[in-house]
Structure formats: structure tokens, C-alpha cells
Ligand binder design. Sequence first.
Ligand SMILES: [Zn+2]
Length: 335
Amino acid sequence: MPVRKGKVIPSEIIPEVGSQMVNVEGKDYMVANDAMYTFYQRSLGEFTPYFLAIRDEKRIVGCKCTKCGLVRVPPFLTHCPDCDFAPTQLIEVGQVGVMNSTPPITYFANSLFADMAPFGRGRLVPYGADTAMSINIFTTTGILVPGIVTKGSEMKIVFREDRIGVASDIFCVPASELTAEQVAKKGLQESEINWEGATEPRLPAASREQVEAAKKVADQIAGVIDQMNRNKRAKADIAGWRRDIQVRTTGGEFAILINDGDIRVRQQKLSSPDFVMVLHDANVLLAGLSYRGALTDSVIGGKIWLSKNGEFTTIFKLDRMARSLARSGKTASGD
Ligand SMILES: [Zn+2]
């Protein structure tokens, strides 16, 4: 799971101090980078008990109308508008529930949430409640793609380790991915879940022709990656990034090694890759690296499987490298 950063505004979105010239209708003007921050405090009002119960007790509370018995979660009403404003009372609801709609998935989040992407944004009706609550959705089965969680999926609420009184203190995963004990446990924490145990999709046994074909495509991929490694712009796209990726395709496997501005293909099986990429057809990877269709689209479309959800970021970087190489006219200098 991605870890949340400690600042409200991440340092990477703050521009450098400085200025640049712009030319408007033949005249030069200086433009300076400046900053204007607004910090403020807001009351969580009626939601206070809800966030406190999550933060301090790992419980989910709603409010129950003393007259009609309707249970609303979060408990945003102290009086029921359907019952002549009869008072409501706080009540604990279950930590397992059902999605009341199929959640959309955010792949390209703004910088505040980029660390968490991809994530689903869903509406969960916990058992014991009559209304739905907004909650983020993750999976332990690798990359989150459409179809894993749909309307009617049974989900388990999971609590983050460091809870600070915000909506993202909790998220949910499909109950079917957990053990019966985990599903039954109240206050299940993120650290109690195995995020490394994704089951790889199985590739069919390859014929000799397929092995030969895969070898050719792997050579072409190595060729494109070699070009990237001699291209300044493409190298800049992976500055500071380090990943050992095992790529498995029908007919063969190889490794892509990213190491702070350096990218290489190795014909080898890694003992402990950072993540595994599985694709039936190596041509999908070749096309993406050659800037013929985005790899991120292939991931979202299920043509490329990733063993870790958070590694969508790495795929995004590979797409950027492909674009950088294409825009440089495939020259070695990248200028
Ligand atoms: Zn009522």
C-alpha cells in the first residue's frame, strides 16, 4: 500500500523560486513564480463522532432514527427529517457491506492523491445500515481494473495504521480476497493484509513458433529500450526511479531494470523483482514503448497485468519515456 505523505501540500508541486521571460505581441515581460497559501481549520460538526470512532476505536458508527429506525451512515443527522424531526441516536454498524453501485476507478489522480492511485471510489452500504457511505476501494490481487469490484460486491472495511481523522483513514477490499477470520475481525488493519500475495494470471504453454516469435519481439523491445537509454528526455523521465521488473509473456520472459535515469533489458529471471508484468502478447509492450498506444490503456483494458496496484506509476513513466523518444524524432541526443 502507498504511504501517505505528511504535508498537506507535497513539496514536489511547489515550483522553484525564480522567473522567466514571456513574449506577448512582440514585447518581453518577466513572469515570476510566487506562492499564495491558505490554511484553514474547519469543524467536522455532526461528523465528529464518526471520525473519532474510526480514529480511536476502529468502529464505524451511524445514526438511527428513534421513530422510523432508519440507520444513516455517516451519522450526519441529529434529527430525522422523515419523522417530524425525531431525534436520532448513534449506533455501531458492521464493517462488512455491499457496494450499491459499480465504482469508477481513478487512475490519474491529482498530486495530492497520486500516491494512492489507482483506487476505486465507491458507495458502500455496511451491514446494519440503510444508506451508503463513500469509501475508497483497493484490491490485493494486483492492479485494480474494472470488473474486480462491481455493484453487489461484498466488501470489508480496513483501517489504516496511522489514523488522523479523515475519510481516507479507512478503505475497503473485496471480502472474497480475505480469510474468514479477517472478514470477521473488527478493526482489521492494513498491516494485517497480505499485499504481496497476488496470484499471477497463468500463461498458456507456448509452441516452438510462439517461443521464436516472442524472442524476436523481445529483441525489438530491447532495441527500443536501448534507444531510450541514449535519449536525454527519456532518461529524465526515470530520474530517481528504481525498479526491477520481471516481464512474462507467452513464449518467454525477460527483465527490465530501471535505475535512476538508466533503463536496460536483461534476458534473465530475477530472484526478487519489485513487481511482475504479465501479458499474453509481447507486442502490446512493444507497441506501447514505441508510442503506438499507451501502456496505461493496456493495463486498464486488462491486456497487461501488474502484480502490485501502486506500480501503475511505473507504467505511466514508461509511457512518458515512449513519448519523449517519439518527440525527439528518435535521435540519440534527445535535444
Ligand atoms: Zn425517522
